[in-house]
Ligand binder design. Structure first.
Ligand SMILES: [Zn+2]
Ligand SMILES: [Zn+2]
Length: 143
């Protein structure tokens, strides 16, 4: 999203834009943007400072680091940006900040749910679905 400084009226302005999911290069090993990023921006310019109130809305597919299942997270963020602008500067590119903010919000370890049981190291079964047989053999040795 880019803002033309010249086009900001004294009372400010509201902009809307939809950015295609691939254009900001937000995909990582564990995360993949699966829907466009919807952005609403309230822009205000006071002397040489441009203030932008951003509302981001998108959906991200994460891969659970325990069970390797894909799960979808709806991401809604509010972001406030301040730009010092010089005379003669025409535009502001918000994309680097938007990108950075979304990336920094990625979890280091993505979990499909806080108590994900993960995969059995023995047989590879997804333990969220049910217990596997090798756990019973190992688990409680009665004698
Ligand atoms: Zn999981
Ligand atoms: Zn097992």
């Amino acid at each position: 999203m880019k803002i033309n400084i010249d086009q900001i009226p004294p009372e400010g302005l509201t902009l809307g834009e939809t950015i295609p999911p691939k254009s900001l290069e937000l995909d990582t090993e564990i995360a993949q943007l699966c829907s466009p990023i919807q952005i609403k921006a309230d822009v205000l310019k006071i002397t040489n400072v441009v203030t932008v109130d951003l509302n981001l809305n998108t959906q991200i597919n994460f891969i659970c680091s325990r069970c390797l299942n894909e799960f979808r997270v709806v991401l809604k963020k509010k972001l406030k940006l301040n730009y010092q602008v010089d005379n003669g500067q025409y535009g502001i590119d918000l994309n680097p900040e938007i990108r950075q903010d979304i990336i920094l919000g990625y979890p280091i370890k993505s979990l499909c749910k806080p108590d994900c049981k993960g995969l059995c190291p023995g047989c590879g079964k997804n333990l969220n679905v049910g217990e596997c047989s090798c756990k019973k053999e190992k688990g409680k040795g009665d004698g």
